[in-house]
Write a protein that binds this ligand. Structure first.
Ligand code: PMP
Length: 405
């Protein structure tokens, strides 16, 4: 049809596609359980709603400065100081329409054609596609020991003269693992010594369980922010469950922020001022919502782990954070796309195939929903796969008989 080869080769977002598919089934009245979602059920913080409503009611809704309104940047600076013990300047901050846009602008700003970006499997689905969209080459590094935690030796082996950046996402989507402090320290110092950009996607860094903490990467750098190649990405989507507000940000050396700002200026101009004001309201309002959300999700994680134990041959690493776990179903079916389709078709459970995150034999299951969804969803998965489970089950008010095992 004459579309660009590059654009035509970009994969559809599997998680957004699954959301749409599940929505269509729900609209048809099907009893779908969604274990694919990456957003909690909570309402937005009242402080976010009130401040955006107040701004909206003035009717004075115009372009904002491209890199974000000063008062939101101030709130982000305070957040960065509290969370990372790092004081940055307004010139080190850019606000975007979601962390996703910050990461895209960042890759656009950094990469020349064929520059390589190291991505650690299992990875968030968008990284490889974004790297390819800016004519870069994603280099996927999978832990040689078959585990989910990245290993420095595998990363060092993958680094070449063309390596421009490494993306680290801890707590990790999809595994839920929080990478060890020693790993974060090593990778920060390795990137410093090799002059490679280190992109820390910290979007889940407050969503951590069992009294653990995600390592604050700035603690390990010896460099001044202006000389450093460390970039930290964050946002309100996961922190406050404000996914629909589409506000994220990046902290980086001011020269890099300037280039990212030019990219943003020529594409979206700025994030919506109403939504920036909402993010500011959330960041400056009562923070108990973050802890309440964290506790709810930790409880959901516990329920998910308990339920998964009842499926004999499933292996799962207990997540330390996020809304996700990444169990290994390969004892039942190795092809994760086939497995995910079987679960949707037979049991009306939405899951995301491990293949999308660069690892086969696994599914990403979300525990962001209700406890009822988790228990019922896992019960249906058990019924679909485990010959030791009863042969018949009710899905909604429909009696289903398993005839495929
Ligand atoms: N990074 C990771 C690892 C994510 O899981 C997500 C959202 N699914 C994002 C970034 C994007 O967040 P935002 O909604 O702020 O664009």
């Amino acid at each position: 049809m004459g579309y660009s080869h590059l654009a035509s080769s970009i994969a559809e977002s599997p998680t957004l596609r699954l959301n749409e598919e599940a929505q269509l089934l729900l609209e048809r009245g099907e009893p779908v359980i969604h274990l694919g979602v990456g957003e909690p059920k909570n309402k937005a913080p009242i402080s976010a709603i009130l401040s955006s409503a107040a701004k909206l009611s003035t009717g004075d809704v115009k372009y904002s400065p491209t890199d974000g309104i000063p008062s939101l940047k101030k709130a982000i600076i305070r957040y960065t100081e509290e969370s990372y013990d790092k004081l940055v300047e307004p010139e080190n901050v850019i606000v975007s329409s979601g962390a996703k846009q910050s990461i895209f602008n960042l890759l656009y700003a950094l990469l020349n054609p064929l520059d390589e970006v190291i991505i650690l499997a299992p990875y968030w689905v968008s990284y490889p596609e974004m790297v390819r969209m800016v004519n870069g080459v994603p280099v996927v590094v999978t832990p040689e020991d078959g585990g989910l935690h990245p290993r420095m030796e595998d990363i060092e082996e993958a680094v070449s003269a063309s390596t421009k950046a490494i993306i680290v996402n801890s707590p990790n989507n999809p595994s839920g693992l929080v990478f060890s402090d020693s790993f974060v320290k090593e990778i920060v110092q390795f990137c410093e010594s090799k002059k490679i950009y280190l992109i820390m996607d910290d979007i889940y860094h407050k969503l951590v369980f069992d009294n653990r903490k995600a390592a604050p990467c700035y603690k390990f750098t010896h460099e001044n922010i202006e000389d450093s190649r460390l970039v930290v990405v964050n946002g309100v989507s996961k922190l406050y469950g404000m996914t629909g507000f589409r506000i994220g940000w990046a902290i980086a050396p001011r020269k890099l922020i300037e280039v990212m700002t030019n990219i943003q200026a020529q594409t979206t101009s700025c994030a919506s001022v109403i939504l920036q004001v909402a993010a500011e309201g959330a960041l400056t309002g009562p923070q108990s919502i973050v802890e309440n959300l964290r506790m709810t999700i930790e409880n959901n994680r516990n329920v998910m782990m308990q339920e998964l134990k009842s499926i004999d041959a499933v292996k799962v690493d207990e997540p330390d954070g996020t809304f996700y776990c990444f169990p290994d179903f390969s004892a039942y079916i190795k092809d994760s796309v086939q497995l995910s389709e079987l679960l949707l078709r037979k049991a009306r459970v939405v899951t995301v195939p491990g293949k999308e995150f660069g690892m086969e034999g696994r599914l990403r299951l979300s525990y962001a929903g209700s406890v009822k969804d988790i228990t019922e969803g896992v019960a249906r998965i058990r019924w679909t796969l485990d010959p030791n489970s009863p042969n018949e089950i009710y899905i909604g008010d429909r009696k289903m008989v398993r005839d495929w095992l």
